[in-house]
Design a protein around this ligand. Structure first.
Ligand code: AHR
Length: 333
């Protein structure tokens, strides 16, 4: 009989392999069409709508996209949606009106994109989803989706927890800080984690609330959790920033993060990794923001009318304290 761990690890390895193959395929075609831009002779123009600047991850992602566009000779029209779907829809409409070559965006939420994506399709402007996907059933509305498997990330967090408490008695009281409501990483990280821990009834999610992927909200919500629940064993935060905010609340309440309350987060940005190396966080599931180079390669292929993989998975790992300490000196973000 296959254990849950076998199943998750198998899926994990398959995902990494698929990502590596996709990256290999992209590297093979290189996007060098001889004109330093797109396939048509002019400089490729990309309209990019970013979620906002809610986290360290997002800042690193923006930097990766801007630097990669410059390095690839792509003109980037960058728009910050400040966490609002309506701003993203406006930005996409403006990119359509400007007749950019390619539209790329990281959707604030999963739902409600079909009408604007249809407008882009009708205008013959290809769309690339980066980081987060949409729940559209019509897959012809976008060319490809490059980013992480967020369900798998939640599963990895859950798997770490089940190992950490293996053979130990319950209950294990868990509080969860969710990402922004309706966002794919919030939905999927919650689902993946729940799927793994539900196999053992000793794991109990006693409270679960959004911390908006920000440090400030993570701190505020954790303060409220600490007041209401005196017996919290574990915090599962959907990103490092919320975990870091929660650490401040835990310390202010006179408890030791990582010891009195075990903490598992997602992202692995420098600040999170530093807290992990200090023992304040116990485990981090990596989610890479460095999507820029692959995005630019994909945009060039799409503009040149080449076929692209419809799903490009990001290659990622996990970190414990020792691994974080070893990785920190060369961590780019
Ligand atoms: O979509 C990726 C998520 O969005 C990151 O994990 C989080 O930090 C960010 O805000």
């Amino acid at each position: 009989m296959r254990s849950l761990e076998d199943v998750v690890l198998k899926k994990w390895s398959a995902a990494v392999l698929a990502g590596a193959l996709a990256v290999g395929a992209l590297a093979g075609c290189g996007g060098d069409d001889g004109d330093g831009g797109g396939g048509g002779g002019d400089k490729l123009v990309m309209g990019f709508s970013q979620v906002g600047a809610e986290s360290g991850w997002r800042t690193a992602n923006t930097k990766s996209i801007q630097e990669s566009a410059a390095a690839a000779g792509i003109e980037l029209k960058f728009s910050d949606a400040q966490g609002k779907q309506e701003n993203q829809i406006k930005a996409i409409r403006s990119f359509i009106a400007q007749r950019v070559d390619v539209i790329a965006f990281s959707p604030v939420v999963e739902s409600g994109w079909d009408p604007v994506l249809k407008e882009a399709k009708d205008a013959n402007i290809p769309v690339i989803l980066t980081d987060r996907s949409v729940d559209s059933t019509d897959k012809t509305l976008y060319k490809t989706f490059i980013g992480s498997d967020f369900v798998l990330e939640g599963q990895k967090a859950g798997l770490w927890l089940t190992k950490e408490y293996e053979g130990k008695p319950g209950p294990v009281n868990i509080v969860e800080l969710q990402g922004s409501p309706g966002a794919a990483p919030a939905n999927d990280r919650k689902a993946g984690f729940a799927e793994v821990i539900k196999k053992d009834p000793k794991f109990k999610v006693i409270a679960s609330q959004t911390g908006q992927f920000t440090r400030t909200d993570g701190k505020e919500v954790m303060e409220a959790f600490l007041k209401t629940y005196p017996d919290i064993d574990v915090l599962y935060a959907h990103n490092d920033d919320m975990g870091l905010g929660a650490i401040e609340a835990i310390e202010a309440a006179g408890k030791k993060p990582g010891t009195d309350i075990k903490i598992v987060t997602v992202d692995a940005v420098k600040d999170g990794m530093t807290a992990l190396s200090q023992g304040k966080i116990n485990f981090i599931v990596e989610c890479s923001p460095l999507l820029g180079p692959q995005l630019m390669d994909l945009a060039k292929k799409v503009k040149a009318g080449e076929q692209v993989e419809t799903r490009v998975l990001t290659e990622e790992t996990t970190f414990n304290k020792e691994q974080a300490t070893a990785a920190l000196p060369t961590r780019k973000y």
